[in-house]
Design a protein around this ligand. Structure first.
Ligand code: SAH
Length: 243
């Protein structure tokens, strides 16, 4: 079909040997929330590349595949490897948890690939919606997704976005709320929001949504720090209409 012709042309223009990269969203973790297309991409792949924790999530599906897993902060290395292997003719699946375009591998792979090889992005169920489903509190209306990781985004920008989301009465979904290296970020976010929102605003805290050791708490902005929050947690702060 036309799509295939287009892909071939693009490929030949760049002397690629016919491989491609699929950046695959694995969803929150339980394999029944992996989309059929994600599953088909993994089956089609000659090589699976990913962060170790995510590769482990799909261990049962990839026992017969070549797998290269690496640690955190190796994203650019993983993307380069994927491009090299695809240029050499392999179909490579780069796996990301949730959706690969939400703080995942999709953007990095596109930047590194620079049109040298075809890149297909396969969406996945992201933590915002999988966590809301666990709470039984669907997002329903306008929400803002904000990562509290200040590894690549200055904290000033993050705090400005928190204030803006509060001013807009958005529901806020906070990813990367706390890590070992940055334990204070969620505390500081709460400090920023407390004077701007009702302290009784409902807050949902979900750890390992739709995956093995799932747990969740519904609390308030005032009391949210009494609950365990770590890097496997998503924090949802309601708006003035939330109940
Ligand atoms: N691409 C992923 C997000 C990666 S950033 C996605 O779309 O879901 C990593 C952050 O995502 C974690 O710190 C946590 O805030 C959130 N997260 C990912 N999976 C989660 C899960 N199963 N339960 C709760 N939070 C999760």
């Amino acid at each position: 079909n036309d799509n295939n012709t287009e892909t071939k042309d693009r490929c030949c223009n760049h002397q690629c040997s016919g491989g491609k990269i699929m950046v695959v969203g694995l969803g929150p973790g339980d394999t029944d929330l992996l989309t059929p297309r994600a599953l088909a991409s993994i089956r089609e792949a000659d090589l699976i590349i990913g962060y170790k924790t995510y590769v482990d999530l799909i261990q049962d599906l990839i026992s017969d595949k070549s797998v290269i897993s690496s640690g955190m902060r190796k994203e650019i290395d993983r993307a380069r490897l994927a491009v090299d292997e695809a240029c050499a003719g392999k179909n490579v699946a780069v796996v990301s948890s949730g959706d690969p375009g939400v703080y995942g591998m999709a953007g990095i792979v596109l930047e590194v690939a620079r049109n040298k090889v075809p890149v297909e992005i396969i969406p996945g169920v992201t933590a915002a919606t999988s966590s809301a489903s666990v709470l039984g509190a669907p997002l329903m209306h306008d929400f803002a997704v904000i990562s509290l990781s200040d590894l690549l985004t200055p904290w000033d920008t993050i705090s400005q976005r928190l204030r803006a989301a509060a001013a807009g009465d958005f529901i806020m979904v906070l990813y990367n709320p706390r890590s070992k290296g940055r334990p204070e970020n969620i505390n500081q976010a709460r400090e920023i929001l407390l004077p701007l929102l009702n302290p009784q605003t409902p807050v949902g805290i979900v750890r390992c949504a739709q995956r093995g050791e799932q747990s969740s708490v519904i609390t308030t902005l005032q009391d949210m720090l009494d609950s365990e929050i770590d890097m496997l947690t998503t924090v949802i702060i309601g708006n003035t209409q939330t109940r």
